[in-house]
Design a protein around this ligand. Structure first.
Ligand SMILES: [Zn+2]
Ligand SMILES: [Zn+2]
Length: 153
C-alpha cells in the first residue's frame, strides 16, 4: 500500500490538483469503502451522489493550502495544515476528516504551520528577508510587488 501511495506524495506541498493525483490502484483501493458502504447501509442514490460530491470537495480542500480551521475545531478536524504535514513527512496525519484515529494510533502531529514552521510561513519569511535586504541595500531600484518602479521624485 505504501508503495502504490508514493506517487501522491510527489507533491511535498500539495495543491488542489494533487488531491486527485493518485496511482489508479491507490485511487481504487481508497474508494472501496465508499462502494461497500451502500451494500451494508443502503441509502438513496441521490444521497449517495451528494455525499460523493462532498467527499471530492473536502479532498480538494485539504490539499488547497488554506490552513484556516475554526479555533474550537482545531483539535478534531484534519484540515489542509494536517494533510500538508502528511505530504511532507508521510508518517503522520493519515486522516481524511478527523484527527481521532491518528491520535489513537500515535501518528498525530500538530501541524507545523500552526506552530509557524510550515512551508508557507517559510516562503513568507524568505519573501520578507528578500524585501528588507533589497530596500535596505540602497541600490536605488526599489520596485513594488507588481514590478512597477516606485515613484520617488
Ligand atoms: Zn494528499
Ligand atoms: Zn498520503
Amino acid at each position: 500500500m505504501g508503495h502504490v501511495h508514493k506517487p501522491h506524495h510527489v507533491w511535498k506541498v500539495p495543491t488542489p490538483f494533487a488531491s486527485h493525483a493518485f496511482h489508479p490502484v491507490d485511487g481504487f483501493l481508497q474508494s472501496l469503502p465508499y462502494h461497500i458502504y451502500p451494500f451494508v447501509f443502503p441509502l438513496h442514490k441521490v444521497v449517495y451522489l451528494g455525499l460523493y460530491i462532498l467527499v471530492n470537495i473536502w479532498t480538494i480542500s485539504i490539499h488547497d493550502g488554506d490552513f484556516r480551521v475554526p479555533r474550537i475545531l482545531r483539535p478534531f478536524i484534519n484540515g489542509s495544515a494536517h494533510h500538508t504535514d502528511h505530504h511532507m513527512f508521510f508518517d503522520y496525519n493519515y486522516g481524511q476528516y478527523f484527527t481521532l484515529w491518528d491520535r489513537i494510533g500515535g501518528s498525530f502531529k500538530n501541524p507545523s504551520s500552526f506552530e509557524g514552521k510550515g512551508p508557507l510561513s517559510y516562503v513568507k519569511k524568505m519573501e520578507e528577508q528578500k524585501w528588507s535586504s533589497h530596500v535596505g541595500n540602497g541600490c536605488g531600484s526599489e520596485r513594488g510587488a507588481t514590478g512597477e518602479a516606485a515613484k520617488t521624485e
